[in-house]
Structures are given as structure tokens and as C-alpha cells.
Design a protein around this ligand. Structure first.
Ligand SMILES: C[S@@+](CC[C@H](N)C(=O)[O-])C[C@H]1O[C@@H](n2cnc3c(N)ncnc32)[C@H](O)[C@@H]1O
Length: 400
């Protein structure tokens, strides 16, 4: 893991001009970003049609393949991001147990559940940030071992507890705040701690509490790396702390910027909203001499149907700006051009997304190794069930 981390770390640092930028802000400068350093890349991006951009957005493997013809080192990425799969045959259907669990969540939970059941340690489960305890249900039912489900929201605890009683499962919900020191009390050494999609600081807290309590095993899938109380990423491992990368919160969002998964309507709304925002900013630059991007509050999707001019007038009112009489149709068109410019730039960043995520995950894995755990990384489900499909599985070494 150490050597893989260092290879990825050096790779990310060396190629930082290709992924450390905000496409939304950068698109005003066109694709000139790489004109000097990577002229072939620049030309290739300029020549991409809208159809090609859309197709590559949905096919990262092909994107990396095409980019590696322009920048051969990028051909290393598939090898660096590859992880073994721990996908086992899915647990059998159990209608009572699965009641109320939404479709994609159910697939994720069954895949993670199966994976941890196969690699189980200790005599009790701790389900960290459990929500209603969907994962805990599967673990309690299949292992017959008690589950403690720790969750912040009282309503979720109550709902989970009542469902567990109904199903006659040995589950106990504990309401608490992961960031309070008392949360450490739910950890002990004969447990297997699990978490599906514990966000940012929550999975960091899980690792620290588990390591301090010498918890026998922990298995979790991290997500939302940017949800942290800190301004920059707090590396956990020694190598991570020595890295030159000081990731900002904005950069921690990069691994999560998956291409639109919500179908045509969501895609259309996103395109329209972004184009409107970019068009308004072009207008402010040209007509009022703004040099900085002006953020506009979020809008209701229904507002998009009122058109670009209505959007600009609304935004100007929100910001206390008086707009001059302008050719709105012109700026709407400019906004759309900027949108596609942004999409071009994002393609290059897209090829680094998983690599950055693996860097973050390896940092956590190495921290656990330093604390006396044997650690394995794998993919516990297909990316179509969730792109946050990395499982960190750590088992305490006998002698530590
Ligand atoms: C992304 S959800 C995952 C829930 C569940 N593991 C699942 O996949 O269905 C994160 C959960 O963490 C809980 N949570 C957020 N902040 C927390 C805190 N400070 N302490 C404990 N739980 C917290 C939320 O209420 C939510 O249920």
C-alpha cells in the first residue's frame, strides 16, 4: 500500500495542472489552460463535438484510453485504480427483512452485508452512523449476533428499534453524536464495526475510536470526503501527512463529481441551470465590468422554465444589482457555449477522480495499518449501484 500510495501521490502532484482547477470558473478562459503545456490535448478538446463530450462523460474507461494517446502517462491510471472485487453471490431475498429499504440502497446493503459476513470477526456488531439500521438488520439476522446501531437522529433510532422488535432481531439503537467523546464508549475489543457510507469526518472518527478501543475488525465504505470540519484534508497516515498535496474542501469534492445519473430530465435541468449561471456571469463581466465570478443562490427547478431573462432579473434582485438593458438572447447563447467549454475541461479532471479517491482511501488504510491492523481494499458492489463502492476492511493483528 505504501508504494502504491507514493506512486499515486507523485502522479497526482506531477499532473496537478490537469485536475486542480474548478471547471466552472475556468471555462471563462476557454481551454487555453493547457495550450502551452499540452498543446495536443488542447487541440483535441477544442475539436470534440457535443455528442463526443456526452459519450466520454459516460465512459471514463474510454476517456482515459483516448487521453492516454495524447498524454501517454495517463495510460497508467487504470492499473493504479484497479481494486479486487469482493462481490459474492447476493444474500437470498427475505421480504420481511428488506421491507422499506429502497432499491439501490438494498443492493448496496446486501452486497456490503455479504462481504462483511464472509470476513466476520468478534461477537458483536457495531453499526456506525446507522440511519434506520438497514445494514444491521441483515447482519443480525444472518449472524444471529447482537448489533449496536449508533445514530444521531432520534427519529431514525426509534424507527429502527421498532422495526427490529417487529422482526425479533437482537439490535439496540444508541442515539448519540459521533463527535462527542462519549461516542467512544460504544466501541470495544470484541466487536466488528461496520459503516455504509459514513461521510468525511464520521468515518475518520470511526477509525480513531475503533483503534483506541482495539476493536477486532472494522469494515466501512467511505463517502463525502469534503464533509469535514477542517478547511483542508487532514491526512491520517504518516505518508499522507508528508505528501505535498494539501487538498482543499473543493478538491475533496472531485471524487464525488460523478456524471449525471438521474436521467434525461435531470441532465437537461443541470445543463440549463449551469448555462444560465454562466450566461449571467458573462453578462456581468461584459456589461458591468465584473472581474470576479458572482455566486447566485440556488434556484427552484421550476424557475428554469421562465427563461434566461427572468433568471437574470431574479438573480440581480437577490444581489441588489441593477441590470442595464441588454440582449439577453445573446448572453444565453454565450452561457451555453461556456457550459460546453466547462464540460470539455471537466473531462480531463474526470480521468483523475478515482485516482484521487484511491489516494484518500489508501491514506485511511495506512493509518489503520499503523494502528496495528491488517487492511484490505476492495470493491464491494458495482458502480451502477453506487460509485462509492470501496470497502476498507481492517482486522486487528493478533499481537498488537
Ligand atoms: C449517509 S447516511 C448513512 C446511513 C446508513 N449507514 C445507510 O447507508 O443507510 C449517514 C448517517 O449518519 C448520521 N449522522 C450524521 N451525523 C452524525 C453524528 N454526528 N453522529 C452520529 N450519526 C450521525 C446521519 O443521521 C445518517 O443517518
Amino acid at each position: 500500500m505504501q508504494s502504491k500510495f507514493q506512486t499515486i501521490d507523485t502522479f497526482l502532484v506531477t499532473h496537478q495542472s490537469l485536475w486542480r482547477f474548478e471547471a466552472f470558473l475556468q471555462c471563462f478562459d476557454g481551454v487555453s489552460l493547457w495550450q502551452q503545456q499540452y498543446p495536443r490535448l488542447h487541440q483535441w478538446l477544442e475539436n470534440l463535438s457535443i455528442e463526443e463530450i456526452e459519450q466520454l462523460k459516460n465512459d471514463t474507461d474510454e476517456l482515459i484510453n483516448q487521453l492516454s494517446h495524447l498524454i501517454p502517462e495517463l495510460g497508467l491510471i487504470p492499473q493504479l485504480i484497479s481494486l479486487p472485487s469482493t462481490q459474492y453471490s447476493l444474500l437470498e431475498r427475505n421480504l420481511a427483512l428488506e421491507a422499506g429499504i429502497p432499491g439501490r440502497k438494498l443492493s448496496q446493503i446486501k452486497a456490503l452485508g455479504q462481504s462483511v459476513l464472509k470476513q466476520h470477526h468478534g461477537h458483536e456488531w457495531l453499526e456506525w452512523c446507522s440511519g434506520k439500521g438497514y445494514l444491521g438488520r441483515i447482519l443480525a439476522f444472518n449472524s444471529k449476533q447482537p448489533v449496536v446501531s449508533f445514530e444521531y437522529q432520534q427519529a431514525l433510532c426509534e424507527s429502527g428499534q421498532s422495526e427490529a422488535a417487529h422482526l425479533d432481531l437482537p439490535m439496540t439503537f444508541v442515539q448519540g453524536d459521533a463527535f462527542e467523546s462519549e461516542s467512544a464508549q460504544v466501541f470495544h475489543s470484541d466487536q466488528h464495526a461496520v459503516a455504509l457510507h459514513a461521510c468525511g469526518d464520521l468515518h475518520v472518527r470511526l477509525m480513531h475510536n475503533a483503534a483506541a478501543a482495539k476493536t477486532k475488525a472494522l469494515s466501512f465504505s467511505p463517502c463525502c470526503y469534503h464533509l469535514t470540519h477542517h478547511d483542508t484534508y487532514q491526512a491520517q497516515s504518516s505518508l499522507g501527512q508528508n505528501s505535498e498535496l494539501r487538498l482543499t474542501k473543493q478538491e475533496l469534492r472531485i471524487p464525488l463529481q460523478e456524471t449525471v445519473t438521474g436521467g434525461e430530465r435531470v441532465k437537461r435541468h443541470r445543463q440549463q441551470e449551469m448555462s444560465f449561471r454562466l450566461g449571467l456571469n458573462a453578462l456581468l463581466r461584459e456589461e458591468l465590468g465584473f472581474s470576479e465570478y458572482m455566486p447566485v443562490p440556488s434556484i427552484k427547478k421550476s424557475m428554469l422554465s421562465e427563461g434566461f431573462e427572468a433568471f437574470c432579473l431574479w438573480a440581480a434582485e437577490q444581489k441588489g444589482i441593477l441590470l442595464p438593458k441588454v440582449n439577453f438572447a445573446h448572453y444565453e447563447k454565450v452561457g451555453t457555449q461556456y457550459f460546453w467549454q466547462m464540460e470539455r475541461l471537466s473531462l480531463v479532471q474526470q480521468s483523475f477522480r478515482r485516482l484521487l479517491e484511491i489516494w484518500l482511501v489508501l491514506d485511511k488504510a495506512m493509518f489503520l495499518q499503523e494502528k496495528g491492523y491488517h487492511v484490505e481494499l476492495s470493491e464491494f458492489c458495482n458502480r451502477k449501484d453506487t460509485p462509492r463502492n470501496i470497502l476498507i476492511h481492517a482486522v486487528r493483528n493478533e499481537n498488537s
